[in-house]
Design a protein around this ligand. Structure first.
Ligand code: TZP
Ligand code: MG
Length: 222
């Protein structure tokens, strides 16, 4: 059945605490995505998004599905949400916990229709008006805001939004859980946390870390 593939009752505010994102392209030489993910899970990440995108990413659907299922299985074992980036068909096929879409992916209304209530939905925003629009949507589990700082992990990243946009969004509404993304590291995480945002999403800070226990501990709010 489908039930054993999903975790139950997701508290998204808690899940956003340390939200790790990665795909094959983010794995350091000599490692595998699943090994890297297992280390991150062991260190205490609170959500994982499978994002297969950009140079060095897998392109064969069968390979992508196999890796996705392996990651999903690990996340289930650690009882944290497994989220698929962008690929609604894959997310539906394997019954992920959620689908994450950006502003230039499948529009939200269409995504809602396609997931038929069986997946939670997360949406990225890059401006205050996109955030305001997202806040009116009843179908969103959480909203991403960024890139906060410069990122090396997304080739088509929008201009950086800085801490100011995070503060403005927080001031506007916190009705839907929010996560900051883009260039967040152990050294700048404090000022991001001070905005009162629910969580942080990172790729490179965890993917590149040779001591994930220490890195996640620094990023995480107890
Ligand atoms: N969306 C906005 S920035 C970004 C994504 C997927 C990449 C974040 O990666 P990093 O390495 O944490 O800056
Ligand atoms: Mg996208």
């Amino acid at each position: 059945g489908l039930t054993e593939r999903k975790i139950t009752m997701i508290n998204w505010r808690a899940a956003l605490n340390v939200y790790f994102i990665a795909g094959t392209q983010d794995v350091p030489m000599g490692q595998t995505l699943t090994d890297m993910l297992e280390e991150a899970l062991d260190a205490g990440i609170t959500a994982f998004q499978y994002r297969e995108k950009g140079p060095r990413s897998l392109s064969q659907p069968d390979d992508i599905e196999r890796v996705a299922r392996a990651c999903q299985k690990l996340c289930l074992r650690y009882d944290i949400p497994f989220i698929v980036n962008d690929d609604i068909a894959l997310a539906m096929k394997i019954q992920a916990d959620a689908i994450h879409i950006g502003q230039s992916d499948t529009p939200l209304a269409e995504t809602v229709e396609q997931v038929k209530n069986s997946l939670a939905i997360g949406l990225s925003t890059n401006t205050l008006s996109e955030f305001e629009e997202a806040m009116t949507q009843k179908d969103l589990a959480y909203i991403g805001i960024g890139p906060v700082f410069n990122t090396v992990s997304k080739i088509d990243a929008q201009a950086t939004v800085g801490i100011e946009l995070l503060k403005d969004c927080q001031a506007l509404s916190s009705a839907i859980p929010q996560v900051a993304i883009g260039g967040i590291t152990s050294t700048n995480v404090q000022i991001v946390r001070e905005t009162g945002i629910d969580g942080i999403a990172v790729i490179s800070e965890i993917a590149q870390s040779i001591d994930k226990q220490t890195t996640v501990k620094k990023l995480k709010v107890k």
